[in-house]
Design a protein around this ligand. Structure first.
Ligand code: ADP
Length: 151
């Protein structure tokens, strides 16, 4: 292959990378969970972002490390505060769908200055959470692109 062909192949491979191929399992908590338990859950699951759902299991909010830290330094009774009081809530949540390209998802992460996107499917009652896409997933994809490329 010529250099040009290889370059074309690389960009084609890049645009073929889909959210579905690199997404992680969603780590989800219920709106009524306490901030204290959410912090515990974040450590146990070893994630930086927790996705919050309502009683029907539809997407309702998102919790970052800093959301929890901010609350932890300002409050004493963390067991008594439900996460729905401090989370970023719908309709202000940025999300993606599994058939979107990784490039679209990466653009959203950078534009909104966030670390993670819930991967959702639209249903009649709301957005069902089917995955989680983070900057780590994008970094892995970047690496796989380099590893599959014959320079
Ligand atoms: P951190 O706050 O730990 O730096 P982020 O940069 O991901 O982590 O989060 C920044 C803020 O944006 C937080 O208040 C968080 O609730 C919110 N946030 C995180 N992810 C999303 C998202 N997908 N859509 C909307 N808001 C989000």
């Amino acid at each position: 292959y010529s250099g040009k062909k290889k370059e074309q192949q690389l960009s084609e491979n890049m645009m073929n990378m889909k959210v579905r191929d690199f997404q992680s399992i969603p780590v989800v908590v219920h709106e009524s969970l306490s901030v204290y338990d959410a912090i515990t859950q974040m450590f146990l699951e070893d994630v930086g972002t927790l996705i919050v759902v309502d009683e029907k299991s539809f997407l309702s909010g998102i919790l970052s490390r800093k959301d929890l830290l901010r609350t932890a330094i300002g409050t004493t009774e963390l067991e008594k505060i439900p996460v729905h009081m401090i989370m970023t809530r719908m309709p202000n949540i940025s999300y993606c769908k599994k058939n979107e390209t990784l490039v679209q998802a990466a653009k959203l992460l950078i534009e909104r200055q966030i670390d993670a996107l819930p991967v959702v499917e639209s249903t009649d009652g709301g957005l069902a959470v089917v995955g989680r896409l983070t900057k780590t997933n994008i970094t892995k994809a970047f690496l796989s692109l380099a590893e599959n490329h014959d320079f």
